[in-house]
Design a binder for this molecule. Structure first.
Ligand code: NAD
Length: 304
């Protein structure tokens, strides 16, 4: 399997790790050659590029046209603007082999906003990862109205072969699913802290010491299935009314306004330098790697 990764920033470099450790050949390119150099150094420092004994290659390519030669899938990781995605996809459609799938890592821009004019628009889709994809396997696959169903099926197979966990979103929606769920939780968190109901630190604890423990291996439906003797329906009949009351007044758009942001930042209280944030990101990645390995070691138990 041969993959081109376009854009060697945070996400592109991490995708290169995903595909290389699955044994694929990866061509990585960036319009800014210094980013390519930085990615080369970063990848050289990562020892764990093997998965199940497989190990692929990463080739650094000077141009997009050379990077896409002979590939099966392109993973676009350029900046999150409609105009740049439109430009990059026009080039990809021109240079990539006819049969190659063209996937964008876009976090919230849907594919129909930048692929409509392309001859090969049927082969374009979104494949949105979590940051960083080499530690968090979820990939949201979402086609435009003109994406062929076979392209989604093929993409699902490729990401599964790469060791990722693809899900399919049936219709375009802004923010896809992951960021919509994140937005709902964040809006309520901003309201509770902004209104002084709880401190930012204790709010985070309700996830890190509570909800998040179950959520690291069960979704919200699998969670409630076990919280009433008769499963999901029983749970919703017993507690649905209470949840309906709680959600009858959703957080207003005011939770995102400056005045509320100031209250939340004050409650958070911590001011970290760029170096401290980088060290904390590295700590997060080590914890994620340990969790990933733990989950993989439990694979048989996880199935039931
Ligand atoms: N950062 C995240 O948490 C996250 C998570 C999921 C998805 N994404 C998405 O992934 C994509 C990349 O995000 P990122 O955080 O890696 O950004 P980034 O700024 O770190 O990297 C973008 C890279 O694209 C390069 N680039 C710009 N124009 C180009 C072109 N014409 N050809 C080739 N390379 C070009 C830039 O030089 C840069 O190195 C975005 O669409 C973003 O929304 C980001």
């Amino acid at each position: 399997m041969k993959i081109a990764v376009i854009g060697a920033g945070l996400i592109g470099t991490s995708w290169a790790i995903v595909f290389a450790r699955a044994g694929f050949s990866v061509n990585l390119t960036d319009i800014d050659q210094s980013r390519l150099g930085a990615a080369e150094n970063h990848l050289a420092r990562i020892r764990n590029l093997k998965q199940n004994g497989r190990s692929g290659t990463v080739t650094f390519c000077p141009t997009l046209a050379t990077a896409v030669a002979g590939v099966d899938l392109v993973q676009e990781c350029g900046p999150e603007t409609v105009e740049l995605k439109r430009q990059i996809f026009a080039e990809l459609d021109k240079h990539a082999p006819e049969g190659a799938l063209l996937a964008s890592s876009s976090s919230s821009i849907v594919a129909s906003l930048f692929t409509g004019d392309l001859r090969g628009r049927h082969r374009c889709l979104i494949a949105h990862p979590l940051n960083p994809p080499h530690l968090a396997p979820l990939v949201e696959l979402c086609g435009a109205p003109w994406t062929s169903p076979g392209v989604i099926t093929r993409a699902k197979e490729i990401y599964e072969d790469a060791g990722q966990a693809p899900i399919v979103i049936n219709e375009e929606i802004e923010g896809f699913v992951l960021n919509r769920l994140q937005a709902a939780v964040l809006a309520e968190a901003l309201r509770l802290v902004g209104d002084g109901i709880i401190s930012a630190e204790d709010l985070d604890k309700t996830v890190s010491e509570g909800l998040g423990l179950r959520w690291s291996f069960l979704g919200p439906f699998a969670t409630i299935e076990l919280n009433a003797p008769g499963g999901i329906e029983d749970y919703l009949r017993r507690y649905g009314g209470a949840f309906q009351n709680i959600t009858a007044t959703p957080p207003s758009s005011e939770v995102w306004a400056s005045a509320n942001i100031e209250r939340v930042v004050e409650s958070w209280g911590k001011k970290r330098s760029a170096e401290q944030l980088a060290a904390r990101s590295a700590w997060r990645d080590r914890r994620l790697e340990a969790l990933r390995q733990h989950k993989q070691s439990q694979d048989n138990l996880m199935k039931e």
